[in-house]
Design a protein around this ligand. Structure first.
Ligand code: FES
Length: 169
């Protein structure tokens, strides 16, 4: 076996064909094989990013209906936590009067901290930057939030309350 020297023209010895001839069974050079791996890796990254962005932006095409509570399950002045429209989206149902139920997203419209119901002040407090929202309509009463809390549309059916959509302003 002999070891070849680079020729005087300066060709890259890594480009030399392997002893088996042509760099492999399919005749792909080492550089070509490296390029192929790079394109495959790039393709995998593009597919992963596409899948992530698609999930991020698409959301539910038609908000699904979710059972929130039975009628009378919470007393006047009380609240119940639920998730809508995804199982990771925190919401709150409140009952300000015997015949009145309201529901809101708990994500603060400033930087998405979770808000807390303060029935004594008839509102929702965001602990992050002291935002405060009205429990009557979700409007901003104090602090930096730029928009009201998104409201959850409710329907009464079969003795239960159902979340059937969201209203953002
Ligand atoms: S995140 Fe709620 S006030 Fe800033």
């Amino acid at each position: 076996m002999t070891i070849s020297e680079p020729d005087s023209a300066g060709s890259d010895p890594r480009e030399a064909p392997s002893p088996s001839g042509g760099g492999g069974p399919a005749g792909v050079s080492r550089r070509g094989f490296t390029r192929l791996l790079s394109f495959a890796g790039l393709g995998a990254v593009v597919v992963a990013i596409w899948g992530y962005l698609r999930g991020w932006f698409s959301g539910p095409a038609t908000p699904r209906e979710v059972e929130v509570a039975g009628l009378g399950e919470i007393a006047v002045g009380e609240s119940k936590i639920f998730q809508y429209p995804r199982s990771t989206d925190p919401c709150i149902l409140i009952r300000p009067a015997a015949d009145r139920y309201l529901a809101y997203s708990r994500f603060c419209t400033h930087l998405q901290c979770v808000v807390f119901y303060r029935p004594a002040q008839n509102g929702f407090e965001c602990p992050c930057h002291h935002g405060f929202f009205s429990a009557a309509d979700g409007s901003v009463l104090d602090g930096p939030p730029p928009r009201p809390l998104p409201r959850i549309r409710l329907e009464q059916r079969d003795g239960k309350l159902w979340a059937v959509g969201m209203e953002s302003s």
